[in-house]
Write a protein that binds this ligand. Structure first.
Ligand SMILES: [Zn+2]
Ligand SMILES: [Zn+2]
Length: 482
């Protein structure tokens, strides 16, 4: 980022990553034909097109109707068995569902934007997300030597059982108003107040690009590939419901990744060995009783006061402690100046360097809210609406994937063990796979950014999507190599 700023010093209103990161100028179309096996220029253009399309129509958690439609449509064209609606997520563990009024409003918009009625019927009520399944041409019956079988080789295979590889791509956007920059004019968000500011538009596009590569090489797949397009990652709402539906139960190799985060240079790929912060997302409703603030304040029970006391006390819980964080990020309460507030609603979160630290803190925060409620005679309802754990890439996979980076001419930028430094509900999927004897890895893919993640001027160089698809394709095909 520094380099390109210097390069364009003195040129007003030009932000990264405009010209110096114009897609396709360095890696994908440079004289590197030998390092690119799967992502042809045509495919790269299609991936870029998918990304721009997703970017124009961002949809937040559990409202990814149009996005899911686009994904399902393309997967069907490519010959995948496609699962949508209630087949994707476990109904009861979908956390943080928006109100039914909001869901209906988004459904109306999706219909107006062309989503067919038959698909809307299956998805309505926040049943978004897509799983595409591609079954290959043969099995491991001949007993290929697993240890020489590339990325996923070496995991235990029962005789004759086909191996299952799953990849996860998150697809949701954020409630952020996109800034007008001079590089996003062609694909700026058409949904007011909503924006793909975390790169999940890119993740979804990479998933479709990979889908195409794998469909072309279907005969070489001796097993099954599952492409999981997960709704509701922001807020850590969606992964648990996909895990609970069983999609990860028999997976031998699981891969996922994120654009940027702490990889900020093109050519960097890092396997995350840790640094995932375990987190819980909590909603609180403080229920008091209204009263006349001048005439009879003593007859009320002040929900706003209890919520304010809790907010201050919650931050005190983590003062001076290492590895734990708490935040109360939204506070809505009361109904008018001269009324004792009957209700207050708070959105809070806890984070911890370990699962235990987070769970302990989460318990303490809920207890603190109850204490504040008791002090002012206010009832407190606490609901957990999101969750993520800690996670670590299987070292063998992180090591094996270095070969793919090497073949792509990116060995110098490859890290086997990096810290993620944020929270990701993909950890729940990794945990399920690794807990059942499979292996999992999560990668960060380097790119220049227009602004930080979750910022209105966030953008990235789409070239990173070509890198992602090429890397994943090599990892998956390597797994099935015999
Ligand atoms: Zn995000
Ligand atoms: Zn993200």
């Amino acid at each position: 980022m520094e380099d390109c700023r210097q390069e364009r010093a003195g040129r007003a209103n030009v932000l990264c990553p405009a010209e110096c990161t114009r897609p396709g100028t360095r890696f994908m179309r440079a004289d590197s034909a030998s390092s690119i096996r799967y992502v042809t220029p045509d495919l790269y253009d299609r991936i870029k097109g998918y990304r721009e399309e997703f970017h124009r129509y961002p949809e937040i958690s559990w409202t990814e109707y149009r996005t899911s439609w686009q994904i399902a449509k393309r997967l069907r064209e490519l010959g995948y068995e496609v699962f949508i609606g209630a087949d994707v997520c476990e109904e009861t563990t979908r956390m943080g569902l928006p109100s039914s009024e909001f869901l209906q409003e988004c459904e109306r918009r999706a219909r107006a934007e062309g989503v067919p009625e038959e698909m809307m019927r299956q998805m309505s009520g926040g049943r978004t997300g897509v799983v595409g399944v591609l079954k290959g041409g043969s099995s491991h019956e001949s007993g290929g030597d697993a240890d020489t079988a590339g990325t996923g080789g070496g995991f235990a295979k029962e005789s004759g059982r086909k191996c299952v590889v799953a990849l996860r791509f998150d697809i949701d956007a954020l409630t952020i108003e996109e800034e007008r920059t001079d590089y996003n004019a062609d694909y700026r968000s058409l949904h007011e107040g909503t924006m793909h500011a975390c790169g999940h538009d890119g993740h979804a596009a990479a998933g479709l690009g990979l889908a195409e590569v794998l469909a072309i090489h279907r005969k070489e797949l001796c097993g099954e590939v599952r492409l999981i397009f997960q709704p509701a990652e922001e807020g850590c709402h969606g992964a648990a419901a996909i895990v609970d539906k069983g999609w990860l139960d028999d997976v031998d190799l699981f891969l996922s990744g994120h654009i940027g985060i702490s990889c900020r240079k093109p050519g960097e790929i890092a396997a995350c060995s840790g640094g995932f912060l375990a987190t819980s997302k909590l909603n609180f409703h403080f229920k008091g009783k209204s009263a006349h603030a001048g005439k009879a304040p003593g007859e009320g029970r002040n929900a706003l006061l209890a919520a304010a006391k809790f907010t201050v006390d919650a931050y005190d819980l983590v003062r001076g402690r290492e590895g734990v964080l708490v935040n109360v990020g939204k506070f809505v309460g009361g109904s008018g100046r001269n009324i004792i507030a009957a209700d207050a609603w708070l959105e809070a979160e806890t984070r911890g360097a370990t699962q235990t630290q987070n769970q302990d803190l989460c318990g303490q925060v809920i207890e603190t809210a109850q204490d504040a409620g008791r002090r002012y005679g206010v009832e407190v309802e606490a609901i957990k609406i999101g969750e993520a754990g800690t996670g670590s890439s299987s070292p063998r996979i992180a090591r094996a994937c270095k070969a793919h980076a090497r073949e792509m001419g990116m060995e110098a930028g490859y890290q086997e063990a990096a810290d993620f430094g944020a929270s990701e509900d993909v950890t729940l999927m990794m945990e399920r796979v690794q807990g059942r004897g499979g292996e999992a890895a999560f990668f960060m893919f380097g790119t220049l950014l227009g602004a930080e993640h979750h910022h209105g001027a966030f953008d990235f160089d789409t070239e990173v999507l070509g890198v992602m698809v090429e890397f994943y394709a090599r990892a998956v095909m390597g797994t099935f190599a015999r």
